[in-house]
Design a protein around this ligand. Structure first.
Ligand code: SF4
Length: 210
């Protein structure tokens, strides 16, 4: 099967989701990183419901580094894994604060040294906040990559990240990331994807079987 090209993929994503943007509410780097940490295995909508109160009570890295864990857990208890996330958030801000940071550094290696910050979180943060050429591969992007043959069925997020970055070249990763996620949420869904109308059908393993 012929592989999907950069132009085919991007022009279709632009046609569908040119206005896609970050669905997490944030006003600064500290809020963005915190919201991404809280969003693991949870919807962005449910994260937005708790961050308004959380950020008004703890508006800076320093404030969060000194937060009472029971209070943070109480504020975020409606989201999944809230106990672990409260710990990660406070411990991350403690490390940043003790290392002398008042803002989140543009430094992948440092970011992944923070509790609760892995490859995906760091990549999403760096592309969103600093416009770095990094790509966070979530469950939607992984699924679409497999369906379009960008990676093999048994390959992982790191391979998807590498192959997608190679495929899109100098196209902005931030915009690409948001459009792919919207495509995964709206059309190329996990169950019952909208293949009959999809312009990528001929290049898609899933679409061709329909
Ligand atoms: Fe997704 Fe279906 Fe399009 Fe393939 S054909 S990319 S599975 S919507």
């Amino acid at each position: 099967m012929e592989k999907v090209t950069k132009d085919e993929l991007i022009s279709y994503l632009v046609e569908l989701h040119d206005d896609a943007k970050c669905a997490l509410n944030y006003t600064n780097d500290y809020e963005l990183l915190s919201a991404i940490i809280l969003s693991a295995q949870t919807t962005d909508i449910s994260v937005n419901k708790v961050t308004k109160e959380l950020f008004s009570k703890y508006p800076t890295i320093k404030d969060m580094s000194m937060a009472d864990i029971n209070d943070v857990m109480n504020i975020i208890h409606s989201i999944g894994l809230y106990k672990n996330k409260a710990t990660s958030l406070i411990e991350s801000m403690k490390k940043l604060s003790s290392d002398g940071y008042k803002s989140i550094p543009n430094d992948y290696d440092y970011l992944i040294s923070l509790p609760g910050v892995g490859r995906k979180t760091a990549n999403v943060f760096l592309s969103e906040y600093y416009d770095k050429n990094t790509l966070g591969v979530d469950t939607h992007i992984l699924r679409i990559s497999k369906r379009l043959g960008i990676i093999k069925e048994d390959e992982d997020v790191i391979k998807a990240e590498q192959n997608l970055l190679k495929l899109i070249g100098d196209y902005p990763t931030k915009k690409f990331h948001h459009m792919m996620i919207q495509f995964g949420r709206n059309e190329c869904t996990s169950r019952n994807p909208s293949c009959s109308n999809c312009k990528l059908k001929k290049k898609c393993i899933e679409g061709r079987s329909i």
